[in-house]
Design a protein around this ligand. Structure first.
Ligand code: KG4
Ligand code: ZN
Length: 343
């Protein structure tokens, strides 16, 4: 079965065609980063308008690259939560239009579940496994027993990991999107020059599977704040900028790695998969490999390729297949829901 997937939850307009939940026939992503960069963050109204302008062309391109006609499709999967409500509505409305015009079943897809599914789509089929999803809006640990069979193990009490990368990048004057810019800047820095604390004084990272990044973000702010200038930031040298970026990245990555591996060990699970935009971070990939190798029994850590970690519609199409192939469909009054379902 060929499934058309649509994704418009944030600032990527994406469409993809996936065969039987596994074979990616096309995966088109139109990024809006250039539109939001002047504002230093995603502007919901700008995102929704850009989705509306681009969605039809992106779907046309996904069908063209997949060499597939609407009549060849078995259904449509559209992300309907969580995300920016105006942005979600564009994808949902387009999906309803296509479903009606082409007489196809439609199912709503949870964006976070789709990030978890990206590992399956990339060929990782070890179940049960622990999944860490680290994106701009979410930081969650799951026990995954199979596609769509998730149980929450832990989540963030405040900021998402990607949000913390973005905010610290902004303080460092590194532009938008902040995560990749901070990672590039950190390459020139010494990760040990500045040590940001990873948890409270009487805690160990392995004590809890829950995350908190606001303290780390605030520590970076206090490091950069001008003591004489209220909320203003100090002028810093290029080397200090790089050292703060590297020190922050090291702390953030260590928190993610230690808590995830501890959760896997606690549950007696030997396989771990990572997803979401922050999973593109090279230092995170290296640190996971280094630490997992030191454990007994060994823990195997899987990272999907970067194109499947960042927002894309292939993961949505792949996940939708598992409902569509059972004959399930959602009604055409499917709604946008901005909140995560496991809040
Ligand atoms: O999953 P995603 O593409 O969109 C959301 O669902 O939020 O994740 C975007 C997040 C942003 O916060 C971005 O700065 C971060 O992923 N990100 C990175 C890197 N690439 C993207 N963070 C750290 N290092 C990277 N290389
Ligand atoms: Zn995402």
């Amino acid at each position: 079965m060929l499934v058309l997937g649509l994704e418009t939850s944030c600032d990527e307009t994406a469409a993809a065609v996936v065969e039987n939940g596994l074979t990616i026939r096309s995966n088109i992503v139109a990024s809006q980063h250039d539109l939001h960069a002047p504002f230093g963050g995603v502007v919901p109204e700008v995102a929704a308008r850009a989705h509306a302008e681009r969605i039809t062309a992106v779907v046309d391109e996904a069908l063209r690259v997949a060499a597939c006609r609407p009549a060849d499709l078995g259904g449509i999967g559209v992300v309907n939560r969580p995300g920016l409500v105006g942005a979600l509505l564009v994808g949902i409305s387009a999906a309803k239009g296509f479903a009606l015009a082409w007489d196809l079943p439609l199912v709503g897809v949870d964006h976070i579940d789709a990030h978890v599914y990206a590992a399956h789509l990339a060929g990782f089929h070890a179940y049960p496994h622990v999944s860490l999803i680290v994106s701009g809006g979410h930081t969650c640990l799951y026990r995954v027993a199979g596609p769509q069979r998730l149980a929450v193990l832990g989540q963030t009490a405040d900021d998402a990991a990607g949000e913390a990368f973005d905010k610290v990048a902004q303080m460092l004057g590194l532009g938008f999107p902040g995560g990749p810019a901070l990672a590039r800047c950190a390459e020139k820095g010494d990760p040990h020059a500045i040590r940001f604390s990873r948890c409270g004084p009487n805690e160990k990272l392995s004590d809890s599977p829950n995350f908190s990044f606001s303290g780390l973000k605030t520590a970076a702010y206090y490091r950069l704040r001008d003591p004489a200038g209220g909320r203003a930031l100090r002028k810093i040298s290029e080397q200090e900028r790089a050292d703060v970026a590297a020190g922050f990245q090291e702390a953030a990555c260590e928190i993610l790695v230690e808590k995830t591996l501890a959760a896997a060990q606690r549950g007696g699970i030997k396989d771990v998969a990572i997803g979401g935009g922050v999973a593109c971070n090279k230092r995170l990939r290296v640190l996971f490999a280094e630490r997992a190798r030191m454990l007994t029994p060994l823990v195997n850590v899987f990272f999907p390729p970067p194109a499947l970690c960042a927002d894309n519609a292939a993961m949505s199409a792949g996940l939708a297949f598992h409902r569509l192939s059972k004959g399930e469909r959602d009604p055409l009054d499917l709604e946008a829901d901005p909140t995560p379902k496991r809040a």
